[in-house]
Design a protein around this ligand. Structure first.
Ligand code: ATP
Ligand code: MG
Length: 206
């Protein structure tokens, strides 16, 4: 249903290209449609059971994380510094690579929102320890209150203003971590920042 809106936006783009104000409005519509698509896909995937064997492919997680960092770098505001530390060699995980992309997206977007006012540093580090891969996503943003810490993984829980958040991001992250047979933990201090740690089993021999 959203596709016709996008197609008509594209058609109008050509017509309105020399009208800056109307082009800006069209841009806003396009962005909102893209966001609607993302949320709709998240909801669909959230309700789906990903236990079929075809979803358990072996893939290089370092390559996926590197690609995400590259895209992130080109879209971050100047007030946020991005620091990354990745292994030089491939680290294989078993699962759906797109789910790892979704997990990175959901965690990084939360960090970016938490640093929106103050700016700060987003650090993405990835390493291996025995047969585990450890992903840390850390920010120097707002941190969380004790009350928020109790509920943050619940589907529908958000502290964002109406229309700014659906409280789905972390619930989806938890589901993805489960599908990778991983574990998620976090630490957060108000006005200091937040770190999410995810431990994935690697699949060097699967
Ligand atoms: N890095 C972070 N720093 C501070 N607070 C966070 C961070 N990550 C999550 N939170 C808190 O946890 C809440 C739930 O996060 P979650 O990603 O599930 O939903 P959301 O970001 O509010 O909405 P959505 O992800 O659906 O757009 C957030 O509203 C926020 O209060
Ligand atoms: Mg979120």
């Amino acid at each position: 249903m959203l596709t016709p809106i996008q197609i008509y936006c594209e058609l109008l783009e050509g017509e309105l290209s020399d009208n800056e104000e109307l082009s800006d409005y069209l841009n806003e519509i396009n962005q909102a449609v893209n966001e609607c698509k993302t949320v709709a896909n998240q909801l669909l995937n959230f309700g789906r059971n990903h236990t079929t064997s075809s979803s358990n492919a072996k893939f290089d997680s370092v390559e996926v994380i590197r690609g995400h960092i590259k895209r992130l770098r080109s879209s971050l505001p100047n007030s946020i510094e991005l620091v990354s530390k990745l292994p030089d060699t491939a680290v294989f995980l078993c699962g759906e690579r797109l789910q790892l992309v979704q997990l990175l997206f959901n965690l990084c977007i939360n960090s970016i929102h938490a640093m929106e006012q103050s700016g700060g540093t987003l650090t993405i580090s990835y390493s291996t320890e025995g047969e585990e891969a450890i992903l840390n996503i850390s920010d120097t943003g707002s941190g969380m209150s004790e009350e928020t810490k109790k509920h943050l993984f619940k589907s529908g829980f958000t502290t964002k203003k109406e229309g700014m958040g659906n409280g789905l991001g972390l619930a989806i992250v938890c589901k993805i971590v489960d599908q990778f047979d991983g574990k998620i933990t976090f630490t957060s201090i108000e006005n200091i920042g937040t770190t999410f740690t995810i431990r994935f089993p690697t699949c060097e021999n699967c």
